[in-house]
Design a binder for this molecule. Sequence first.
Ligand code: NAD
Length: 288
Amino acid sequence: MKIAFVGLGNMGGPMAANLISAGHEVVGFDLSADAVAAAVEHGVTSVENAEAAVVGADAVITMLPSGAIVKSVYASVLDHAAQGTLFIDSSTISVEDAREVNAQASAAGMLQVDAPVSGGVKGATAGTLAFMVGGDDESVSAAQPVLAPMAGKVVPCGGTGNGQAAKLCNNMILAVQQIAVGEAFVLAEKLGLADQALYDVVTGATGNCWALHTNCPVPGPVPTAPSENDYKPGFATALMNKDLGLAMAAVSTAGSSAPLGTHAAELYSAFAAENGHLDFSAIIDTLK
Ligand code: NAD
């Protein structure tokens, strides 16, 4: 297939590289010359703007920083793509924005899905991202083979915007768990319980979770955790803070209740002010 890729940053660059490895032709655009240069090294054909990238494309993938940017890119490219082209937005944006860009694309006669990811730059590079896909049945099944070379798994989540809804719900759980695990280590230390003993008990008990068994916030028990490496991400606090902002917007517009998610969002917002570059497990320092 000929695939247009707009947004060749930390995630988009390696995702495009995996599409090329699978035999697709990828025509890419990014505002950053450095991002374009790195993608070209992996075989991406560079063009002068997003409009040129979508001409003659079978599918168009966007991997961009925000909903406002996705909307503006869609507004500029939709007239340049052939009717029936498949649009996949893998950026993390609000559910509302995802539904808006779907309406934009559908009105122009395109297939479209929201397909945000988890797995980070590591997963993007390895081609093992988890895609959460929202859209109508025809668009979701058309997206499956395009996503496959970049994916460990692809989970259809139902209608438009539901991929983003799944992503926000997951990250709200994760934020609460990472803080809860940090609180437990801080309390254990004050009670004289060694980190390794707490780890050994909880990983075999009902409190076990990814925030502990993989992203253990204290050095020692998990050699590959960011806590072993001065909290180099991993998953940066700035990105967690962004996702919690989107989750809080969704809680508010949906009229839902999330007292722990709301508190986690407040703690991460304060922590991100000076520590956005650190892995989000570093929040244990504020608890100490
Ligand atoms: P990034 O900043 O590295 O990449 C975004 C790219 O978009 C940049 O290269 C930027 O130059 C480009 N860009 C911005 N506006 C543009 C425009 N109008 N036209 C073309 N290019 C434009 O960010 P990233 O880490 O690759 O994240 C991309 C998306 O994926 C975000 O929505 C993020 O929340 C989400 N995400 C990131 C991770 C992660 O671990 N980095 C994990 C899951 C999801």
